[in-house]
Design a protein around this ligand. Structure first.
Ligand SMILES: [Zn+2]
Length: 232
């Protein structure tokens, strides 16, 4: 969104601050999401048995991409509603914490360094925020894990992956990600959890894993809000 549009949007928000981001109905909810939209979004959540995708590294996805979840992610990214990242990150955190309860004895408490998939600085400037970073921030507020917003850096601009062939995707992403300034001096104390908004083929996340593993930084999992894949 162009800067002037964002300024206008924020200005209008002063008068519309009590309206739902998705349906424009009045709401007192701090997330700017009315109860009925929140309930509609919740229907997209995968059951605990279906939230992990099969990949080399565990991939936990909160819900199925489509309907109101697609609308919410688009509103967050393209209509300047970064506040939608807060509930999405919280729900992702709850799903992650629940999955831990089922996977290991309650007494073992691990921590993870949370790293969002970075956007190119030019794109962040254009949009005003990186949604993956905001989701990761909200995730960390619920889990208490340390946020490492600059664990990775995007050093080369890339095209949108949508519509590219497998080879084109790989070429597009090759060497686009590198170790970020948060880990330049000291690697993280804990294994990394990567966070993104949408998980499609997993190509971006695989590049991120490679960039970290090159520096002997282990990645324990990949977390995303939505996927259209249902192969779990
Ligand atoms: Zn609503």
């Amino acid at each position: 969104m162009a800067i002037w549009k964002r300024v206008l949007h924020n200005f209008l928000d002063l008068f519309l601050a009590d309206r739902c981001c998705l349906c424009d109905r009045p709401t007192t909810n701090v997330d700017r999401l009315c109860t009925s939209c929140e309930q509609r979004l919740q229907t997209h959540q995968f059951s605990p048995a279906n939230q992990f995708l099969t990949d080399e590294i565990p991939v936990l996805v909160w819900g199925l991409y489509g309907g109101s979840l697609k609308q919410a992610i688009a509103a967050m990214k393209y209509e300047n509603y970064p506040q939608l990242a807060a509930p999405l990150g919280r729900w992702l955190a709850q799903a992650w914490l629940n999955s831990l309860k089922n996977r290991r004895p309650k007494s073992s408490r691990s921590k993870y360094a949370v790293v969002p998939i970075p956007m190119h600085p030019e794109k962040v400037k254009q949009r005003g925020f990186n949604q993956a970073e905001l989701i990761a921030k909200s995730f960390c507020e619920t889990t208490g894990y340390p946020l490492r917003s600059h664990g990775l850096a995007r050093i080369r601009p890339t095209q949108a992956q949508f519509g590219l062939s497998r080879e084109q995707r790989q070429q597009n992403l090759a060497r686009a990600l590198a170790l970020g300034k948060d880990f330049h001096r000291r690697p993280p104390q804990y294994p990394v959890l990567l966070v993104d908004d949408i998980y499609t083929t997993g190509a971006t996340c695989r590049e991120a894993v490679k960039a970290l593993q090159k520096h002997q930084i282990p990645v324990a999992g990949i977390l995303a809000i939505a996927t259209s894949r249902t192969d779990s």
